[in-house]
Design a protein. Structure first.
Length: 469
């Protein structure tokens, strides 16, 4: 069945290119910017352990499911879901799951590009010596100066979006493949160099204690939820990215094997990012739990004082930019591929329209930090709403439905065929996780993240009171 289908967009030249591309999608701002600061806020080593469990028990099975669906459908997520629903004799409404994914990708791209723009701006700032001798106040001032200026934010956001469109417009083999082939090895090399620099010039011992010494009293319900949400975002799950990358995967590549490599590489990069950041932060007696400002405000102070700080600091932000770039192309790809398939547009036109739309939406996020800062219906500004709707609503909902579709709705014969044939131990383990553990885990994240759980508990409480009270 699958062998009969071919993607009109082409195919990866090898499974290793697929691994690089999917790792490029997974490794992004989530690993290098977000993972270290939430680890900082959520108690270090204990959080890391919970995170690892979430990756293995929930992230990995859903990643396999997404690749499986993509490779079987061989189209953009919307058309893949429509085709698979038909193959499996299911309701055509399943295509809305594809819609949710593409929509989530579009919205994530809009604000992701704004934050990636900060990273691009910081390459220039740090490398040109702006942080020389910086204090907490001056560093905070530089960050506020950037985010307070709508013009600067839009400029950097635009530059980043152009970089994304240029790659995706050149197609799967001519654009995406070429980009990841050079950028991913460069990313790993820079990361290792930075870890070496941090371990030698910072306080490695404190950083290792902080990252790896588990304090189980810190494992609260909140920490588990944060870890699960982070695992999901970091592995690029719940939307069309991994699915569409799977649609370009050669038939003979093993889905379990490639998924394990991708998830392991993503986790390794997150941990290495911690090892590149915390030794420096501790070495300069700075506060590790500073939230989103950790790399932009805290880390830059240290770079402003260290020998070689200008060079290595500049490299750190090049690393962050490259990581964001290879993720952003995976956010535009599903949107562009869908336009090519559905409207018969050229790839260039599809990328200009898709990327242009996300750019426009991103302006709203850029303005949330300055002119529109006061506009916050429901306590969230435009940026917060974009992030909330995509990552707290659409991603978990999409991930849960993907698990339900692959586990509960598809024929076993179909999933088994994609996962390598017989009912191997690997297949049975996957099935157990995708049937029960993954959907429940993601449902909990969804209910908690949207505040629905509190509403439900409240409503049940009232009901009980009125019945029994
Ligand atoms: N995984 C990326 C990161 O960790 O930054 C973000 C991301 C990319 C999320 C693609 C979702 C996605 F589909």
């Amino acid at each position: 069945m699958t062998a009969a289908r071919e993607s009109i967009h082409g195919q990866w030249s090898s499974r290793w290119i697929f691994v690089l591309a999917a790792t490029g999608s997974a490794v992004g701002l989530g690993n290098i910017w977000r993972f270290p600061y939430i680890t900082g806020e959520s108690g270090g080593g204990a959080f890391v352990l919970v995170y690892l469990a979430c990756v293995v028990l929930v992230g990995l099975p859903i990643m396999m499911a997404e690749i499986l669906l993509g490779r079987r459908g061989r189209r953009s997520p919307i058309n893949t879901m429509a085709a698979l629903a038909e193959d499996e004799g299911l309701k055509p409404a399943w295509r809305y799951l594809g819609w949710m994914g593409v929509l989530a990708g579009f919205v994530i791209l809009s604000f992701y590009s704004v934050v990636a723009g900060w990273a691009v701006a910081y390459i220039v700032y740090v490398a040109s010596g702006t942080f020389a001798g910086a204090t907490i106040e001056t560093s905070q001032g530089i960050f506020d100066g950037l985010t307070g200026s709508a013009g600067s934010l839009v400029l950097w956001h635009s530059l980043f979006m152009v970089m994304v469109v240029v790659v995706v417009a050149r197609g799967v083999q001519g654009g995406l493949e070429q980009a990841v082939k050079y950028l991913m090895p460069a990313l790993f090399a820079m990361l290792l160099l930075l870890v070496g620099y941090a371990l030698f010039s910072g306080d490695a011992v404190s950083a290792l204690h902080y990252l790896f010494e588990p304090d189980f009293s810190k494992i609260t319900g909140d920490a588990v939820l944060t870890a699960l949400g982070q695992a999901f975002f970091s592995l690029s799950l719940g939307m069309g990215s991994i699915m569409i990358y799977g649609s370009y995967l050669p038939n003979d590549a093993s889905i379990p094997q490639t998924s394990i490599i991708i998830a392991a590489a993503d986790t390794l990069v997150a941990l290495l990012a911690g090892l590149a950041i915390f030794p420096i932060v501790f070495g300069y007696g700075l506060e590790p739990g500073q939230g989103p400002g950790l790399v932009f405000i805290t880390l830059t102070i240290a770079f402003g004082h260290m020998p070689g700080g200008q060079f290595f600091g500049g490299m750190f932000f090049v690393l962050l930019t490259v990581a964001a770039w290879t993720s952003a192309i995976s956010l535009l790809e599903p949107v562009a591929a869908w336009m090519v398939e559905s409207f018969g547009w050229s790839r260039l036109k599809s990328c200009l329209v898709g990327g242009g739309g996300a750019w426009l939406l991103g302006i709203g996020s850029a303005l949330s930090f300055n002119h529109w800062a006061g506009f916050a219906p429901g306590g969230r500004n435009f940026f917060d709403w974009s992030e909330f709707l995509s990552t707290s609503v659409l991603l978990p909902l999409g991930g849960m439905l993907i698990a339900v579709f692959a586990g509960w709705r598809m024929r076993l014969a179909s999933t088994m065929e994609e996962m390598g044939g017989g009912p191997s131990a690997m297949f049975r383990a996957w099935l157990g996780l995708i049937l029960f553990v993954a959907p429940v885990g993601v449902l909990v994240v969804f209910l908690e993240g949207t505040g629905l759980r509190a509403l439900l508990v409240d409503a049940l409480g009232r009901l009980a009171a009125s019945v029994f009270g």
